[in-house]
Design a protein. Structure first.
Length: 268
């Protein structure tokens, strides 16, 4: 009897065109994974796909898709089935952030964060996790934030969406125990990405943050990749962020609210 050829594993990464998503794509490519790269920007995705194929010799399939569209996750999963391309690792990195007073942002922008950060991510998990469990193996890495651990005035809806991502990940890590599917929440702090640049444009005080508070996307991605492959449930990169999240879980909620409010008022 001949031994079947070894199948190269495939990672599907959303939000892959820039920032932490692109850095995670590089980590998985270095490890020899074939990649399905998903983002709204088809041009940037193709450039990244070509670079990763040339640098690491992996197969890459760029897919331009807006996951805030209610039908997009279902269409993406159906396309993977038609291509007979099982997904071994799902990385949910697509997300959006808008900063400012709740009453000043407007419902449309608030809804855009909920649609992508919560509904889109949940739909992706729902489309791919059952198939992983049926095969008896798979990994899901959900990118949350240290904002998930405490209330953040002026980032109220964004922080709430990331708290949802963290809670969902922790819950599913237990629900899927014994199926061979692991769930990891990557909770970075402020990271040097296009998202930070956009937020700083909306809120001038963010541009003056000290360097030690700003993480490097490649370092965040490396720690997230390693945590995902170990099956860790929560990964908080950086000692400053770890201190903040530890304090956030230990301190009374009323104290966290007052502290967060005081910080935000000083940044105005």
């Amino acid at each position: 009897m001949t031994t079947p050829p070894h199948r190269v594993q495939t990672a599907l990464i959303t939000g892959a065109s820039s920032g932490i998503g692109a850095a995670l794509a590089d980590q998985f490519a270095r490890a020899g994974f074939n990649l399905v790269l998903v983002a709204r920007s088809g041009g940037r995705l193709q450039t990244l796909a070509d670079r990763l194929t040339m640098s690491h010799g992996v197969k890459t399939w760029p897919v331009a898709s807006d996951l805030s569209d209610a039908d997009a996750p279902q269409r993406l999963a159906a396309a993977m089935r038609r291509a007979r391309r099982p997904i071994d690792v799902l990385v949910n990195c697509a997300g959006v952030l808008h900063t400012g007073a709740f009453s000043g942002i407007g419902l449309a922008l608030q809804r855009s964060m909920i649609d992508l950060n919560i509904i889109g991510l949940t739909a992706m998990v729902a489309e791919f996790a059952p198939a992983m469990a049926a095969r008896g193996q798979g990994r899901i890495l959900n990118v949350a934030s240290i904002a998930a651990f405490q209330p953040v005035p002026s980032l109220a809806v964004y922080a709430a969406t990331k708290a949802y991502v963290l809670s969902l990940t922790e819950s599913l890590s237990e629900e899927f125990k014994g199926t061979g599917v692991s769930f990891t929440a990557l909770c970075p702090g402020i990271t040097a990405t296009q998202m930070l640049s956009s937020a700083a444009a909306e809120r001038e005080a963010l541009a003056g943050l000290p360097d030690f508070l700003i993480g490097d996307a490649d370092e965040v991605a490396q720690q997230g990749y390693e945590a995902c492959m170990r099956g860790d449930v929560i990964c908080v990169p950086g000692w400053v962020n770890q201190a903040v999240t530890t304090a956030g879980r230990a301190a009374p909620k009323w104290l966290l609210r007052r502290f967060s409010g005081a910080i935000v008022r000083r940044l105005r």
